[in-house]
Design a binder for this molecule. Sequence first.
Ligand code: SIN
Length: 282
Amino acid sequence: MTPTIEPVTGTLGAEVRGVDLNAPLPTALGEALRAALAAHHVLFFRGQHLEIARQKQVTELFGPLLTLPYVVPMADEPQVIRVLKKAEERGGGVFGGNWHSDFSFLETPPVGSVLSAVTVPPYGGDTVWANMVAAYEALPAELKAAVEGRGAIHTGKPYGAAHAPPPDQRSGASIRMTRGDPEADRERVKPAVLTHPESGRRALFVNPTYTTRLEGLSEAASEPILAALYAHCIRPEFCCRYRWQAGDLVVWDNRTTMHYAVNDYDGFDRLLYRTAFAARPA
Ligand code: SIN
């Protein structure tokens, strides 16, 4: 089973063809997929229809499975989150509905995540990823100078009290989260530009959901710089928008991308299962 890797944009994302993820998963396949992920940042597998147990095994091709805090997982599957919005949940926010890199505020954020689509709306509900390597490489000089060698402060804004989003922007009743946790308000400093350990490439590592300011600057002084960075990162040249079909599986590198769940499907159910992985042991 030799996968064919077809890039879907000039900078980000590739469709993996010729692979049945329900068939045995040889070591060489894991190696090929990890190399493809390091090269393309997001991998799309159409029509896989994986059971949850199989999704967990596929996730482990990329790294050890993680149990994440703050979002209540499935009752019998602590490492799996049901990303669900029901048809009747109208007019509110949605899980992941702003640009973010998953749980970037944690001491050790997941290095990657996996989504498997079970139910998708007849239209809408796409996910968009931005390539933070390409964005970094194309940064105007003054913005590069503003982040080079600098830290950025991250907190768990949606889960804490200090920066909690207004109720009408929170995701609906189908996803339960811990809110108002003082531990989520704790500030962690991360490099604003990280070096990917496998590819050696440099990526911007700031996002509007969890980054509050740049190290050494107030929130007010950071705001215009961060706003300019985000406007640059989400230019269409650095992005890839994915139209889901039931059965699709997508894997992304959380260190080199941000992503955004498009909330344009009120009146329809959408359900995906989500797993996350840590770095593989050296
Ligand atoms: C997420 O941020 O993981 C959710 C993405 C999506 O539902 O499209």
